[in-house]
Design a protein around this ligand. Structure first.
Ligand SMILES: [Ca+2]
Ligand SMILES: [Ca+2]
Length: 184
């Protein structure tokens, strides 16, 4: 278990009101060579109204190791009205600059990252996160994705950086055309 205690306290509390959108995803819909901890089975976004926080959660088919076998990333990809097909990428990842230039420095480590795709400039550890059992969570200030009144989103996983040109391991829902709508 490796998590920020402040995040756990926040996750365990109740809120007066919350909006959420969820998707389940098939187990086993990934390449056989990819690890099952990158196989999404469920994802959810919840706005914790009054706290100014969005809570994104992806549940995978297997326990996420404390030290994955190389690069591993969980994305929440956000499309706001207008602009690009994907306007913001929110990421929790296990990475090293040896495989991803934009990763933070030092040995292989966990970090969060938010990237407005219009600039492509990532901010490392811009939101709190936790990885516990099969579940990856991010606690995100909506200003990191433009504070939109509504948006579409989907979850993704990767075992290679985007710069590799290789596709995501899994998407939930499958396909950008099926992205979930979140109305605040
Ligand atoms: Ca899946
Ligand atoms: Ca899928």
């Amino acid at each position: 278990m490796f998590a920020c205690t402040a995040v756990i306290a926040l996750a365990g509390s109740t809120t007066a009101s919350a909006h959420s959108s969820v998707a389940s995803d098939p187990q086993g819909d990934i390449a056989t060579a990819a690890p099952s901890y990158l196989d999404i089975v469920h994802t959810k976004a919840t706005e914790q109204i009054g706290r100014g926080t969005f809570y994104f959660q992806t549940v995978n088919a297997d326990q996420v190791p404390a030290t994955p076998a190389g690069f591993a990333a969980w994305n929440w990809l956000i499309d706001v009205p207008g602009g690009l097909p994907i306007d913001y990428a929110l990421t929790v990842r296990f990475c090293s600059q040896t495989v991803q230039r934009t990763c933070g420095p030092g040995p292989w480590h966990w970090e969060s990252s938010s990237t407005p795709m219009a600039t492509g400039v990532s901010t490392i550890n811009s939101f709190e996160f936790s990885v516990e059992g099969p579940t990856v969570k991010g606690f995100v200030d909506p200003s990191l994705f433009g504070d939109p009144a509504s948006f579409r989103w989907l979850a993704a996983t990767r075992n290679t950086p985007v710069s590799s040109g290789l596709p995501s391991v899994d998407l939930a829902p499958d396909g950008f055309a099926n992205a979930l709508l979140f109305e605040r």
